[in-house]
Design a protein around this ligand. Structure first.
Ligand code: ADP
Length: 361
C-alpha cells in the first residue's frame, strides 16, 4: 500500500524540498557568515561543489562591501529581509539575485536561511521595458512638439487667406478696379499653394524610402533648375537674396517632379536661412554622376546638428523661422531612392553648401 504524504517524516520532506528546490538555498552562520549548507541549485548556480561552498562565507559570494553584507545579515537575523543584490560565481562572473533571508535556530545554532533566486531574465525584461517606455515617451514628446509646430505652420496661411478675403470683400464693396482685385486674388492663391505644399510634405513624410515610387524619364537638369528658380524668384527678392545660377545642360534618368521637389526645398532653405545674401546653384558632370550644389552665406548649421537635420521633424533653428522640419528628410528620401547622395558642408555664421550627387542613368 502507498504511504499517504502525511506519513512521511518531516525531516524527509524538508530534505527533498531543500535538495530539489529550483531556487538556491543557503544556510549561513548568523554571526560569521560561514556557509553551513547549500543545495544542488546552489552548486549549479555558483559552480562550486557543496564542499567548496561549505568552505566559504557569504562574503565570498557577494559583490557588496562587507559592512553592508553584515548589516543585511543583522537585519535578516532580527526581522527577516527581502532584497536584491549581485552574487558571484566561481569563475568571477556575476548575476543578479533576489534574496529572502531570515534567522532560525538550526541544530542549536543561530543561522540564516536564505532562499536566493536568479533574476537575470527579470532584470533583462525590466531593462527592455524601461527602454521601451523611454522610447515611447520620446515619441510622444516629439509628436506633441510636432503638433504645436504643424498647427502653427498650417494656421499661418489660413489666417492670411482669411485676412485677404476680408480685404477682397471690402474692395468689391467699394467697387475697386479689377487690377487691384487680381493682386489680392494672386496673394490668396499664393497662400493656398503654400498650404497645399505643407500638406503635401506631411503626406510625403509618411512615404519611406522603399515605398517611394519613382517615375523616371529623360530629364534635363538645367530646365528643372530654371523652373525652381522661376517659382522662388519672388521669395528671393523679398528676402533680398540674389540667385546666381550656373547649371549647364545635364541629362539623366530621374523623376522630374521629385528632383524639382529636392531642389525647391534646398533653394527655399538657402533663401530662408540665407540672411539676404546671394544663393548660388552650381551643377556639373562628375563621371557617371551629376552633382548639384546649393550654396548660401547664411546662418549655417553647427557640427553637432548636421547629421540630425536630415531626420524627420528635426530642426536646428529657433521657431521664428517657420517650417516643419520635413524638407531635408524628404529630400534625402528622394535622393536615396535615386541611388544618390546628399550631404552638407556648413560653418555657423558663414554659410552652408548642400551637395546632391545623382547617378545619371
Ligand atoms: P525646415 O526648414 O522646415 O525647418 P528642413 O528639413 O528643410 O526643415 O531643414 C531642417 C533644419 O535644417 C532647419 O530647421 C534648419 O535648422 C537646418 N537647415 C536647413 N537648410 C539650412 C540652410 N541652408 N542653412 C542653415 N540651416 C539649414
Amino acid at each position: 500500500m502507498r504511504a499517504a504524504p502525511g506519513m512521511l517524516y518531516d525531516a524527509e520532506i524538508t530534505s527533498h524540498l531543500f535538495e530539489h528546490a529550483r531556487d538556491i538555498v543557503l544556510v549561513i552562520d548568523a554571526s560569521t557568515g560561514a556557509i553551513l549548507d547549500a543545495n544542488r541549485a546552489a552548486e549549479q548556480a555558483y559552480s562550486w561543489s557543496r564542499d567548496e561552498l561549505r568552505a566559504r562565507t557569504i562574503f565570498d559570494l557577494r559583490e557588496s562591501p562587507p559592512h553592508s553584507v553584515s548589516e543585511q545579515m543583522r537585519q535578516a537575523s532580527a526581522t527577516g529581509i527581502l532584497f536584491e543584490t549581485i552574487h558571484r560565481r566561481s569563475d568571477g562572473t556575476t548575476f543578479p539575485v533576489e534574496v529572502s533571508s531570515r534567522g532560525e535556530i538550526i541544530s542549536g545554532r543561530r543561522a540564516l536561511l536564505s532562499v536566493v533566486r536568479d533574476i537575470t531574465e527579470r532584470k533583462l525584461f525590466e531593462t527592455e521595458r524601461e527602454e521601451l517606455l523611454l522610447a515611447t515617451q520620446r515619441a510622444l514628446a516629439m509628436r506633441d512638439e510636432f503638433l504645436v509646430i504643424a498647427s502653427h505652420e498650417l494656421r499661418a496661411p489660413v489666417t492670411n487667406i482669411s485676412l485677404q478675403l476680408q480685404h477682397l470683400s471690402r474692395l468689391i464693396d467699394r467697387g475697386t478696379v479689377r487690377a487691384a482685385l487680381r493682386v489680392v486674388g494672386e496673394a490668396v492663391h499664393g497662400e493656398a499653394r503654400r498650404l497645399a505644399a505643407l500638406i503635401d510634405s506631411l503626406l510625403d513624410a509618411q512615404a519611406v524610402k522603399g515605398q517611394l515610387v519613382l517615375d523616371r524619364t529623360d530629364v534635363e537638369l538645367s530646365t528643372v533648375v530654371a523652373d525652381v528658380v522661376d517659382r522662388l524668384r519672388a521669395r528671393a527678392e523679398q528676402a533680398g537674396s540674389e540667385l546666381v545660377i550656373e547649371v549647364p545642360e545635364i541629362h539623366g534618368r530621374w523623376d522630374r517632379m521629385r528632383i524639382d521637389q529636392v531642389l525647391s526645398n534646398l533653394v527655399g532653405n538657402a533663401i530662408k536661412y540665407g540672411r539676404g545674401r546671394p544663393v548660388r546653384v552650381v551643377a556639373g558632370i562628375d563621371g557617371p554622376h551629376a552633382s548639384i550644389e546649393i550654396a548660401d552665406e547664411g546662418i549655417g548649421v553647427s557640427q553637432d546638428d548636421i547629421d540630425r537635420i536630415f531626420g524627420k521633424f528635426e530642426r536646428a533653428v529657433p521657431s521664428q523661422y517657420g517650417g516643419l522640419g520635413l524638407g531635408l528628410f524628404i529630400a534625402r528620401q528622394i535622393v536615396e531612392a535615386h541611388d544618390g547622395l546628399i550631404h552638407v558642408h556648413s560653418v555657423p555664421g558663414i554659410g552652408s553648401t548642400f551637395r546632391v550627387v545623382l547617378p545619371r542613368v
